[in-house]
Design a protein around this ligand. Structure first.
Ligand SMILES: [Zn+2]
Length: 202
């Protein structure tokens, strides 16, 4: 459970002073999860960090729900990625407790590879509504995209429960990675996360 770091040889003492450790088997530096308060100090060594605005926990959450396809009426399983805690690029990296993420536009390659295998219908797609490409659910039957708006943005929709009963329809799987995935996405803060934590099936 850690953040992978690419530390040049000449900077290794400095990295160590921030709590970075060397993994001899994987031949890589990493920041252990009890040192995540040092993320701002080691940020420059996180590979590709410039592309991302979120650092997730190495334990990825995947929330599952069901929703009828707007095009063909097929009942699909749709998913949302989540993390607890997660870190947001601000002036520093700020820790937040829990969110599901929407409008996912970029992610660490290993997370993309995992999703390709495990959830092949969650993949980049072009939304005519937002005129942008992001990682989005697709219908199992007709392959049309199932846009984030109808899953996240209106109270009572799949990933925005407003009651314990709505939250209880969610199932959450957890997947443990060696390193924290990096993500570009929108997060949200609100009571629905407490409902999900308490009433979803974990
Ligand atoms: Zn469909």
């Amino acid at each position: 459970m850690s953040i992978q770091l690419f530390v040049p040889f000449t900077e290794k003492e400095q990295a160590k002073s921030f709590g970075a450790l060397w993994n001899p088997d994987m031949k890589t530096w990493y920041l252990p999860d009890n040192k995540y308060d040092q993320i701002p100090a080691v940020e420059k060594w996180i590979p590709g960090i410039d592309r991302f605005d979120l650092i997730l926990s190495p334990v990825l959450m995947v929330a599952h729900a069901h929703r009828k396809c707007w095009k063909c009426n097929h009942i699909n399983t749709v998913i949302a990625l989540g993390s607890s805690p997660y870190y947001v690029r601000d002036e520093d990296w700020q820790e937040f407790s829990f969110s599901l993420f929407q409008n996912v536009t970029d992610m660490s390659d290993f997370l993309g590879d995992f999703l390709k295998n495990q959830y092949p219908l969650f993949k980049p797609g072009f939304s005519k509504t937002t005129r942008s490409t992001y990682w989005v659910n697709h219908c199992e039957k007709c392959k049309q995209i199932q846009g984030d708006f109808h899953l996240f943005d209106e109270p009572g929709v799949a990933f925005f429960p407003t009651t314990s009963e709505e939250a209880s329809r969610l199932t959450i799987n957890q997947y443990r990675f060696i390193f924290s995935p990096l993500l570009n996405a929108d997060f949200s803060i609100g009571d629905h996360h407490d409902l999900i934590r308490e009433y979803a099936r974990w």
